[in-house]
Design a protein. Structure first.
Length: 385
């Protein structure tokens, strides 16, 4: 009989985190496990999984605690004879931990995708006492988990993000189509970022760096900022309501790109499910984060042999070795971002060197076969698989 995993992912948003979780669940399903997903009704997570054999159950709320959700999760665990509960966000860990109070022997695994902040207060001590294993894709993040979470180091595990490396191919026709769509000629050099529109992602610094480019490069370079503000909630009509800080930044970007000396050089592009094609249409990737755990977008860019510029932010230094498989610049330094872009444009040999090293590292550490093998090994430590 197949072992059954219940994934709790109640986020209303659909960015890199949510897309990755849906991909992970699909890969786990292929491995022979039976997966259930507890998510928002008519969410993009649900829509992404509808055509699969993965069973979908609907939650009422993405809030920390809801009696209806708690009752529904407990009933689902008992009815379907779930073997492991796997929570995926800081909200979901509450739902899973509270449910475990009533099904105490059920293993609870929690994944961390964001930088771990301090959770050593008495309430979080109780919640995390119901977690049997905690997983991230970053050694740096695991050090922060050990420092900030009320959980023993023996329960902390490292499993790198997985990617289907065979899909990362640059399609010239698609590249031309996308570049034409955004008014980019063959001679334009496109520098792309791909993230939530959030102050901590450093997009303001990226946009401002255009002013520091040499005059001769401003004629050749275009910036693509791909992403949307962080969703706070969905209204009754199904429309997203964005977090205030993210919305303010997005409004600032919209005003900034209309400045006479910037207009037509910086493009604001919505979140793209086909992120591979958009990355493949660019020439340089930038991760200007002010803090960062471990970026999926950096992996994606490396797998497409794009030269990567990142900041010296936490987990980014775990991904990028300066001048070996990318270039590192100081946090919140538009001037250094511009200098790094200028350096790459002037040095095609350097681009080839760091891109070759980057793709080798990405393929070795981030293929789905290795990732799923590690997940099954962890599940097996709690079950007989």
């Amino acid at each position: 009989m197949k072992k059954k995993i219940l994934h709790i992912i109640t986020s209303k948003a659909f960015g890199g985190l949510e897309l990755y979780v849906t991909q992970l669940v699909k890969e786990l399903q292929k491995s022979g496990l039976s997966n259930y997903v507890y998510c928002q009704y008519n969410s993009r997570i649900e829509n992404e999984l509808l055509a699969t054999e993965i069973q979908i159950k609907h939650c009422k709320s993405d809030f920390y605690f809801d009696v209806f959700d708690l009752f529904k999760i407990i009933q689902l665990i008992k009815k379907e004879k779930i073997d492991i509960i796997h929570s995926h966000t800081r909200m979901d860990v509450w739902k899973a931990s509270l449910a475990k109070m009533f099904v105490n022997k059920l293993p609870h695994i929690h994944s961390v995708y964001m930088l771990p902040t301090n959770k050593r207060d008495i309430i979080h001590r109780f919640i995390y006492s119901k977690v049997d294993a905690i997983v991230s894709s970053s050694q740096f993040s695991n050090l922060l988990i050990e420092k900030n979470y009320p959980i023993s180091s023996s329960k902390i595990h490292l499993i790198r993000y997985g990617r289907d490396v065979k899909k990362y191919k640059m399609e010239l026709d698609k590249r031309q189509e996308i570049r034409n769509m955004w008014q980019c000629s063959d001679d334009d050099i496109v520098v792309i970022s791909m993230s939530r529109v959030d102050e901590q992602k450093g997009l303001r610094d990226f946009a401002l760096s255009f002013n520091y480019l040499p005059s001769h490069l401003k004629e050749k370079i275009k910036f693509w900022i791909v992403g949307e503000p962080t969703i706070d909630k969905i209204d009754r009509d199904g429309n997203p309501i964005y977090e205030a800080e993210s919305k303010n930044l997005y409004n600032w970007l919209k005003d900034y790109v209309q400045k006479p000396d910037i207009q037509g050089r910086i493009m604001l592009i919505p979140f793209q499910k086909d992120f591979i094609s958009y990355l493949g249409s660019a020439d340089i990737f930038i991760l200007p984060s002010r803090n960062e755990m471990y970026s999926l977008a950096v992996i994606d860019a490396m797998l497409l042999s794009l030269p990567v510029i990142g900041t010296r932010a936490e987990g980014t230094q775990e991904q990028i070795s300066d001048s070996y498989n990318g270039i590192l610049v100081d946090i919140s330094s538009p001037k250094q971002i511009a200098e790094a872009i200028t350096k790459l444009v002037a040095n095609p040999d350097m681009i080839r060197f760091i891109s070759n090293n980057a793709i080798l590292k990405a393929k070795k550490e981030h293929n789905w076969e290795k990732t799923i093998e590690d997940w099954i090994k962890l599940y097996s430590s709690f079950l007989r698989l």
